[in-house]
Design a protein around this ligand. Structure first.
Ligand code: GDP
Ligand code: MN
Length: 345
């Protein structure tokens, strides 16, 4: 019944009072990018797009974070790309290091098995560390404690549409927790035991489950039954977290801390390749009011190989309705599931 309707017909900005540049006090927010020095060109491109479409009007500060010091060249070039404040931060070692309870031999053996199953980045330790940091650490960084809101930006992403209202203000005024643009299926092999570990957590902490949760979305087995089966009960449909506009207070809550610690102890960030996207998505789907999750259908976006392309004359270079330029990848789109199972009002 939904077909592509909500994807194509919701064109303009969200309903309600919106604030343009200078019309309201700024919100306690930062643009946030975990990035490597080698990704300078990619982050300048992404910054350029976001400055052009949004931030040159609203001037939110940028925070760049790295596990090693940023080079002078990186700092000079990024600062030159914006008139807003720019901060450069290093990750505390104990936030990035592989925890002591992880067995390195088991990790190496597991990576080999995952590689056989074609799980991307299985043998790349830093990728596992990055996923864990994005799951349970970033919002604990001392330099971020003063902020409530963040907009996550990755190198090489594109923004296509003019955003004329303050998106953070929208989130705050409308009591939203989390904003996304793309929903896709995950590689079930990368998270085979994530749902079972989550079920243990639910049994231990039933008090953390929100009455208006999105369990039906999380456990859907109709659309890609094989994904649900291989992921042991999770559909694998998730908010693609390379884009997030969200409230860090959710990640800082006791319920999320309990969930993250449970997962961290289970070891799947290293023995499997749990991504921060399914971890964030499951946490939100279980423990947040699903009506506090917002699809920014009006933000034209690309992270290779997927797009969110609104049908709007505010957008340039994004063909309305297009999801991918790769063959056979359209089936990876699960935005529609969110509407079907979680957002029917
Ligand atoms: P993909 O989108 O899943 O292919 O992963 P990316 O390579 O884009 O990594 C996700 C984000 O984490 C990007 O913003 C990267 O710049 C960043 N990132 C990944 N690994 C590292 C790392 O080892 N160090 C730093 N500083 N950033 C990283
Ligand atoms: Mn990326």
């Amino acid at each position: 019944p939904f077909a592509v309707d909500p994807l194509m017909k919701m064109t303009g900005p969200p309903a309600g009072k919106l604030y343009g540049p200078g019309e309201a006090a700024k919100v306690n927010a930062t643009l946030l990018s975990l990035v490597r020095n080698e990704e300078l060109d990619g982050i300048l491109q992404a910054m350029g797009d976001l400055e052009r479409t949004f931030n040159s009007k609203f001037n939110y500060p940028w925070t760049f974070i790295n596990d090693v010091p940023f080079t002078e060249k990186f700092m000079r070039a990024t600062k030159a790309k914006t008139k807003a404040d720019v901060f450069f931060e290093i990750i505390p070692k104990d936030h990035w290091d592989i925890p002591a309870w992880i067995n390195p031999d088991l990790m190496t053996a597991s990576a080999r098995l995952l590689e056989e199953q074609k799980v991307q980045y299985s043998a790349m330790k830093s990728y596992h560390q990055m996923c864990r940091w994005n799951s349970g650490m970033f919002y604990k960084h001392p330099a971020l404690l003063k902020y409530k809101w963040y907009w996550r930006v990755e190198p090489k992403v594109h923004f296509f549409c003019d955003i004329d209202y303050d998106v953070f203000r929208y989130m705050q005024d409308n009591n939203k927790t989390y904003g996304f643009v793309i929903n896709i299926y995950d590689s079930p092999e990368s998270i085979a035991s994530l749902w079972p570990a989550t079920e243990e957590f639910i049994a231990e902490h039933p008090e953390h489950i929100h009455p208006n949760n999105a369990m039906r979305w999380l456990t859907d087995s109709e659309n890609r039954p094989e994904h649900n089966r291989l992921a042991n009960g999770y559909s694998t449909c998730h908010f693609w977290s390379n884009f997030e506009i969200a409230d860090m207070d959710f990640w800082r809550s006791q319920k999320y801390e309990d969930y993250f610690n449970h997962l961290d102890r289970a070891g799947g960030f290293f023995y499997e390749r749990w991504g921060d996207a399914p971890v964030h998505s499951i946490a939100l789907g279980l423990m947040e009011d699903r009506d506090k999750i917002h699809w920014f259908h009006d933000i034209g976006y690309q992270h290779i190989p997927y797009f969110n392309c609104p049908n709007s004359d505010k957008c340039k270079g994004c063909e309305a309705g297009r999801f991918t330029d790769g063959t056979g990848l359209d089936q990876e789109d699960c935005r529609i599931n969110w509407f079907k199972y979680a957002h029917m009002n």
